[in-house]
Design a protein around this ligand. Structure first.
Ligand code: ADP
Length: 488
């Protein structure tokens, strides 16, 4: 998981947007709540001031001390921690509540409001030594024409406490909600991108040899469905093109076969003519050799093209690989002896596999033929067959020229020859191992090579055992040298 992955980026965007929306929401709630609390407090204070104005209207008819007594009985400002002040227009204070208990607030320090307007006003004052106060002022004129200013206040801290509580709640829950939302978003993203993972895994397994396979189509009705469907259409087009190319190679090889055979037969016939000078006979003989070489190449090309196009019908049957290897080695012993090579064959008695006998024989022939070609006179070559766990193992080894490290990754490619001169002398065109690989692929087998230049090479073919084989619990695998692997 990297920071650039689409999953992480989308999650971060999602978490960022969620956090932004929540902060905006919190801000709006804060402002709204503040306005509501201030408005509500102002309404209550205005209500209280209006009640006091009714007392003021009765004041001329009452005894001194009436106002203070009535206000304290009705509102108990000291006990409730509130502020009430009644002032005459000249600035004489008619009534003022006492200092609130346990607070450094001094009611007498609240500055007088300038001017007695007729408006209802709310203001926040900061008297010396205490917290802020919210004070509502109401002007009143009694029937006798006397003007008064009634001020009622509460500590602003009461409103701030509620707002701070909201801030604390937001500070705790906002990161929590963003984390939970972000995690949930990541899981959802993972889930919804799961089909893309499946498509990727399946697409990676599709090569030129299995273009008939298709990707899973996600029935989501959106871009993903369209993507998988168009990838499938693309694979189908590639499949068609590959089939076309394979068919073309097969057809071309097939068409070349007949004229080459006729050419070969005619040259053989001409060479028999006794009137020809020895020089011409030599030249025709050399042309005949080249024609035979060309025929072999065309034959090999035809085999590969047919294997690629899937036109070769594999006659699969259970067969004993050990027997097949022993008999093939026996048949090729003569070729080895011509080059004074010693050939050994060590095969377990019964190693059963399921495969096409003719094709598998071709694998063994090609490997032994190479071993003979690339081992100098007096060398040793060997064939070994055994079963290791559930795998049949065929090894063809020699102590010949070996393969350069740089050539090993390419030797299974078509027309690749590590040493062009030597390979041509041996009559090879670089198609033998390509055929081995194609046949192994068709059998679900794996072919590998272990080689050291100047010391020799070992070709290993691994294929699944057929059910009838009893696996011997031995473990064997070359562990030195450079290993090239061709898997199906
Ligand atoms: P070729 O017909 O040229 O032998 P192959 O496909 O059979 O073509 O082999 C490809 C190349 O791999 C050869 O040209 C040769 O260089 C190398 N090679 C194959 N088998 C051996 C071996 N047993 N020892 C050394 N080199 C080998």
């Amino acid at each position: 998981m990297t920071i650039h992955s689409i999953r992480v980026r989308l999650t971060l965007w999602y978490a960022g947007l969620l956090a932004g929306s929540l902060v905006l929401f919190g801000l709006l709630v804060y402002i709204g709540l503040k306005q509501y609390l201030v408005g509500n407090a102002a309404t209550n204070l205005a209500e209280q001031s209006r009640s006091i104005t009714q007392l003021l209207a009765e004041l001329p008819m009452k005894r001194p001390g009436f106002l203070a007594q009535e206000i304290e009985e009705a509102y108990a400002p000291e006990a409730n921690g509130n502020f009430i002040r009644v002032t005459r227009s000249q600035g004489t204070v008619v009534y003022i509540s006492g200092d609130a208990k346990g607070d450094s607030f001094k009611a007498s320090e609240v500055p007088l409001k300038q001017g007695l307007s007729n408006d209802d006003t709310v203001r926040v004052v900061h008297p010396f030594g205490g917290g802020a106060w919210l004070i509502e002022s109401l002007s009143f004129t009694d029937p006798g024409g006397n003007r008064f200013l009634v001020e009622s206040g509460i500590p602003y801290a009461r409103i701030e406490n509620v707002l701070n509580g909201l801030l604390r709640m937001l500070a705790v829950y906002l990161p929590l909600i963003v984390s939970v939302g972000g995690f949930g978003g990541y899981c959802l993203m993972r889930r919804s991108l799961q089909p893309v993972d499946e498509i990727t895994t399946r697409a990676e397994g599709i090569t030129s040899t299995n273009l008939s396979q298709r990707l899973p189509v996600i029935k989501s009705g959106d871009e993903l469905e369209r993507l998988s469907a168009s990838l499938n259409r693309m694979i189908a087009r590639l499949d068609d093109t590959f089939q076309h190319i394979h068919r073309f190679s097969a057809d071309a090889s097939h068409e070349l076969r007949t004229p080459l055979t006729i050419l070969q037969l005619e040259l053989e016939e001409i060479v028999q003519n006794p009137v020809l000078s020895p020089q011409i006979v030599d030249q025709i003989g050399s042309a005949l050799e080249e024609t035979q070489r060309l025929s072999r190449i065309v034959e090999n090309l035809l085999t590969i093209s047919k294997l690629d196009a899937g036109e070769v019908k594999m006659e699969k049957a259970t067969l004993n690989l050990a027997e097949l290897a022993t008999s093939t080695a026996e048949q090729m012993k003569l070729l080895a002896e011509e080059k004074s090579l010693t050939m050994t064959c060590k095969c377990d008695p019964s190693v059963y596999i399921s495969g096409d006998e003719t094709r598998l024989k071709q694998v063994i022939v090609n490997l032994i033929a190479n071993a003979i070609s690339y081992t100098p006179e007096g060398g040793e070559i060997g064939v070994l067959v055994r079963s290791v766990q559930n795998t049949a193992l065929l090894k063809v080894f020699d102590n010949g020229v070996g393969i350069p490290v740089s050539a090993i990754p390419h030797i299974f490619e078509r027309f690749y020859r590590a040493d062009k001169a030597r390979s041509r002398d041996s009559g090879g065109a670089g198609l033998g191992l390509a055929i081995v690989k194609a046949i192994c692929s068709a059998h679900g087998a794996e072919v590998m090579v272990v080689s050291q230049e100047g010391k020799g090479s070992t070709f290993i073919v691994e294929m699944p055992l057929a059910a009838v084989s009893r696996p011997a619990q031995t473990s064997e695998r070359e562990s030195t040298g450079y290993v090239s692997q061709e898997r199906r």
